[in-house]
Design a protein around this ligand. Structure first.
Ligand SMILES: [Zn+2]
Length: 426
């Protein structure tokens, strides 16, 4: 991709309406565009990042035997009436079709997935399994906040597991819990924790949230030195004493990036899903459910890692692995060299961006900070004279001080590909 063809508008200076660091950078860098209050278009740049996050999630969900599916965004109200949530859930967006039928825009899919699962499952031999999807959802929230941190329309990974016994659910819940740690670490998030949470609208008993500790978060978390952690919904907000050890707890702010629930039989019971157990009796499966806000994870990375110049992605989440920057010279040597390196990298399957515009070096570097490719190759007259290509790194959570700051002109493409591998397998 050549930078002039990238259909993204970058802004200079402050951004009106953006209050947090991450939101400002997301707008300045042209990652998101507000289409309506609480609904964003992910630009070619933002979509690349979100797609990378989705693939990390897919990878880890498949690794714990998840099966990816895709359910409809819009659903008949009848399924939601079966569980009683058609009337009970405040944020549910409802509308009437031309025929007069009642529809909902799904904010979560317990009803829809249980309807599918009951059409397939009849024997204990088919249990357990986990189905997940990555899909757009809608919650008719009264408030929206900080770009992708709280929106009305959003992309979510939602997973649902079905089990014979509580013990089996608990074992799977633990595997998913561990997978979430791997997912958020691979996304480059650092200061995140799990906390016990209330189960709210979801039903069931045991639940955990994954929270990025960050001052702009809208959740209040209580953390105790003894290891107890909870969000304020679960705790008596008057007391800041630990229910476990009685000591004073620390209060911090958090952005919720994921949640997992042991749902029990709330949905399978009300929707009459049964299977034949080994002893021949009819039984009801026990469910767990597992969510990750995908756009919100991108927002969380920006809130935690961005600085005044731009985002700091890692090699797994960056929109481009490499940016090649040609600095204009009078002899007209640099731009053809930059284009040659760019073409070779592209032919080798590398996600690479080329900046050969007829503009000042300062402007090119400022744009490069906003696009934030972890590896930047700078082709300047001085470097060519020395037969080298200058390299700059900007990588989340990786010490680049031992990496070379120049590659030979001849070995540049191979060296770049080697460095990408190093940054991927740290
Ligand atoms: Zn304690």
């Amino acid at each position: 991709m050549k930078i002039e063809n990238l259909c993204v508008k970058r802004l200079i200076g402050d951004v009106a309406g953006a209050t947090t660091r991450g939101h400002k950078i997301a707008v300045r860098g042209g990652y998101i565009y507000q289409t309506f209050q609480g609904g964003y278009t992910l630009t070619p740049l933002g979509w690349r990042v979100v797609h990378k996050i989705e693939n990390i999630i897919r990878d880890e969900m498949d690794a714990i035997d998840g099966q990816e599916i895709l359910m409809p965004v819009v659903c008949s109200a009848d399924l939601w009436r079966e569980t009683g949530r058609y009337d009970a859930m405040g944020v549910l967006a409802k509308f009437k079709g031309a025929s007069g039928a009642d529809y909902v825009i799904c904010p979560t899919h317990e009803e829809v997935v249980t309807d599918y699962a009951r059409s397939v499952i009849n024997s204990y031999r088919q249990l357990p399994f986990m189905l997940y999807q990555i899909q757009t959802k809608f919650r008719d929230e009264l408030r929206v906040r900080a770009g992708l941190v709280r929106t009305r329309e959003f992309i979510m990974k939602d997973g649902y597991s079905f089990h014979e016994t509580q013990e089996d659910l608990e074992q799977y819940y633990k595997r998913c819990f561990d997978a979430y740690y791997r997912i958020f670490r691979r996304c480059g998030l650092k200061n995140f924790i799990d906390v016990m949470s209330s189960t709210g609208d979801m039903g069931g008993a045991v639940a955990h949230e994954f929270q990025l500790i960050n001052e702009m978060g809208e959740d209040t978390l209580y953390i105790c030195d003894c290891g107890f952690r909870a969000n304020k919904e679960l705790e008596d907000t008057e007391s800041t004493l630990c229910p476990k050890c009685g000591k004073q707890m620390n209060k911090v702010r958090g952005i919720e990036i994921g949640n997992i629930f042991q749902l029990g039989k709330k949905y399978t019971d009300s929707m009459h899903m049964t299977y034949t157990a080994a002893d021949g009796t009819e039984k009801t499966p026990i469910m767990g459910c597992y969510g990750i806000g995908v756009g919100r994870t991108m927002a969380a990375i920006l809130e935690e890692s961005a600085d005044d110049n731009g985002p700091v992605w890692n090699m797994e989440t960056a929109p481009f692995a490499v940016e090649v920057i040609g600095l204009v010279d009078k002899e007209n040597k640099t731009l053809p060299m930059a284009e040659k390196i760019y073409n070779e990298l592209k032919n080798r399957g590398i996600e690479v961006l080329l900046d050969n515009r007829d503009s000042r070096a300062g402007e090119k570097f400022a744009d490069a900070d906003l696009i934030a490719a972890p590896i930047r190759l700078i082709v300047s007259p001085k470097n060519i004279a020395n037969n080298v290509i200058e390299v700059k790194y900007r990588v989340n959570d990786f010490d680049t001080s031992t990496l070379p700051n120049e590659y030979g002109v001849e070995t540049c493409v191979d060296d770049t590909i080697k460095t990408i591998q190093t940054l991927l397998h740290k």
